[in-house]
Design a protein around this ligand. Structure first.
Ligand code: SF4
Ligand code: SF4
Length: 353
């Protein structure tokens, strides 16, 4: 039996015709492939948890491939935030520097992900920013789909609890699989090898801006909840940090990502790749992580920039600036101890020569 696999194409935020053409070419090609169910959604990051798009994604059981204009990490943890989790499916499509050694995490620290049970499924996140033509993506999806058809998925491991009777039926009997066509009608392939139509989900709300936590890095240190003064973060019943009120985040503010000691906070739409979820290689970490998150051009450290950005947002919201008096960890306010060279420089300054 050929096992079907769900392929989700997340559209870009803008109506950039080049991006739209690429998305459509991928969708058109994949719809012709046997065993592939294609769903087209608005930009993944903008979907509301209870909106049609995210509900549709939650209903997908088994392995999933998602193509989006987001870094792989960003897409993965946006899904996770909505309860859509799985093991990392390895893709051959990667940014050029992805094969550099990924920053090694300190093994002495406990990461939130270690406390989690991960469903027995794979999620492949393909970044549409890597290649500039549709063909590599079409080929990669076909490669993963053929790999997928050889695997056995444990039916008992469903995302976030038991399957509904409809989901179970859909999973156990894929010949009855259904898809919502572009015109809103239901299409039913007669066999798993027959090409399916694409489901299109449209019309969700506009752009959003909120932090996404990478729990494979997060140590639950709570520095972000102390730093943010806009009530974005919360704590769940297991006392784990979470983004509780995403839409309370101030548009354009990435401040807390700069103070997270583990580089675990992602703002997928930020212009800086390090903040938007690009892989941080070990070499860059060794150089100086704060340089990736700070503003080396004007000499400010990541923490100074974060404090300034937070103050700017507080003032914009009609509140008082707090500087580094609130929620800035001591390690970030402690000045380097002065040494003899500092004294010498001060003396030279005083000579005014
Ligand atoms: S500051 Fe970073 S590591 Fe600490 S709880 Fe927040 S996201 Fe996790
Ligand atoms: S970016 Fe600013 S407003 Fe948003 S969660 Fe972080 S500190 Fe709070």
């Amino acid at each position: 039996m050929v096992k079907r696999i769900a392929v989700v194409v997340s559209q870009g935020q803008s109506n950039n015709p080049v991006k739209r053409d690429m998305e459509e070419e991928i969708v058109a090609a994949l719809m012709m492939e046997p065993g592939i169910d294609v769903t087209v959604i608005p930009h993944l990051y903008d979907l509301k948890s209870d909106g049609t798009g995210m509900v549709a994604l939650s209903g997908i059981a088994g392995n999933m491939i998602i193509l989006s204009w987001l870094y792989e990490r960003a897409a993965r943890w946006v899904l996770d935030r909505n309860g859509i989790c799985g093991h990392v499916g390895e893709s051959l499509i990667q940014h050029e520097d992805d094969d550099e050694e990924e920053a090694e995490l300190d093994e002495d620290k406990d990461r939130v992900i270690q406390q989690r049970e991960i469903p027995n499924r794979k999620i492949y996140c393909l970044d549409l920013q890597v290649e500039n033509s549709p063909q590599p993506y079409i080929e990669e999806v076909k490669r993963i789909a053929s790999e997928n058809s050889a695997e056995v998925v444990n039916l008992m491991n469903w995302v976030g609890g038991d399957a509904t009777p409809e989901q179970l039926e859909r999973f156990q009997n894929p010949t009855n699989d259904t898809a919502l066509a572009g015109d809103g009608t239901l299409a039913t392939p007669d066999s798993p090898t027959e090409p399916a139509t694409a489901t299109r989900i449209e019309g969700e709300a506009g752009r959003r801006w909120y932090p996404v936590i990478d729990y494979s890095r997060c140590t639950n240190c709570m520095e972000c909840i102390d730093f943010c003064l806009f009530g974005v973060y919360g704590i769940d019943t297991a006392e784990t940090i979470l983004v509780e009120q995403p839409d309370s985040c101030r548009k354009g503010c990435p401040a807390c990502s700069r103070v997270c000691p583990e580089n675990a906070i992602i703002f997928p739409q930020h212009k800086s790749p390090a903040i938007a979820g690009a892989p941080v290689d070990a070499g860059a970490l060794k150089i100086d992580l704060s340089k990736l998150f700070g503003a080396p051009e004007d000499g400010r450290s990541a923490e100074e920039l974060a404090v300034a950005e937070r103050d700017e947002q507080l003032l914009a919201a009609g509140r008082e600036a707090v500087g580094n008096r609130v929620g800035v960890p001591k390690r970030q306010t402690t000045a380097e101890p002065r040494d003899e060279l500092d004294d010498l420089i001060d003396q030279l300054d005083e000579l005014d020569i």
